[in-house]
Write a protein that binds this ligand. Sequence first.
Ligand code: F3S
Length: 407
Amino acid sequence: MHLTREEEKILNGEQGEARAFALRVIVKVGEALGADRLIKIKHAHVSGASYSTVGRAGLEFLEGIAGMGARVAVPTTVNPIGFDGEDVGAIPYTRITRDYYEAQIGILRVLVKMGVEPILTCTPYYTDIAGRYGLSIGDHVSWGESSAVLYANSILGLRTNREGGPLALMSAITGLTYRAGLHTSEGRTPKRMYILTGKDAALNEAEAGVLGELVATLNPDESPPLLQARFSSEPSLREFMAAVGTAGPLGMVYIPGVTPEKPAIPSSIEKIEVEYGEVKRLLDERAPKGVPDIVYIGCPHAGLEDLIVLLRELRRAPRRPRSLVAVSVSREVYRKASADGIIGELLALGVRFVRDTCLIVSPFGSVARGRVTVATNSYKAYYYLTRKGVETYLAPINELIARTIGG
Ligand code: F3S
């Protein structure tokens, strides 16, 4: 890989031990992936900040880097942690032990010491990334968190590979990443086009998630495919992207009319039909049975549009839900929705908000002894909660609320 004189100096430790270490890691990964050189990034988003995800080894790794004097070189934000920092008891059926609390605060403290902005959300794109970080179409960033990576490449027109949390942090420390994969035009050239057949109406968020699962599992490599399908809303698109990131290694999907970039489409592009009947069959299999203990919205963290739809459904209902309705959300969206009066009204209707975290990256269910049931509109939450041993069902928000209200 070609390195500039400035980059050589960083590698030789002229800008400190931490930068030298971080750049060595980036160069190694870049060489393994065939990168020709390094490129500057404008922003990093680090995943793996929850103690549930990274454990003691993660905390020690971060302490080691910070001990070398690491500081981020570009604006850097971070994913959710293991509890709500303003209301530690907010996660239902969950106990945060003192040891857990202290270890999690330790992780957060180290990240903040390095200059990371603790937005604690997997939806950094719901903050004003243009105004705050100067990001616009075509900019190179280094993001962990697969759902955010897919959103960044496919909807915002940013360029990022699907980084692991540590590599995004190394890029944050150096302000550099390797030029390969989705940073390059060749890496962004589609080879396949998926066409949804048998469905004229736009997809709701649960259907979108299942379609994302099918596309991700059908696609045999990491070249970003094109997709012909219609989505009913921004949350549906977000759920599609999160599902693609959950079910396979893709980091981008082109959606005509949504993706700002127009790719050069090779004449040899392979066309694959996906029958809506398959989406429907999988959704029917996963539909709620009975009234769940929790209706869970907000994986990835809910945006304003999700909250508006939830409020509409709850206002319409003849009585209060029998399930606990829990929503995970970023502090930023919570603040905006509070200013609009949406949070106050949802709280009055019995909705529980969980900020800074979610049911997946927290010790959710630690006091439920496997008895709690969840119904969600998020394929990603369905996937991970099921694997955590939680009985979980999948349906769009209107059906979830109708089910918990009953006839
Ligand atoms: Fe975000 Fe947690 Fe889902 S971090 S994407 S809400 S698993």
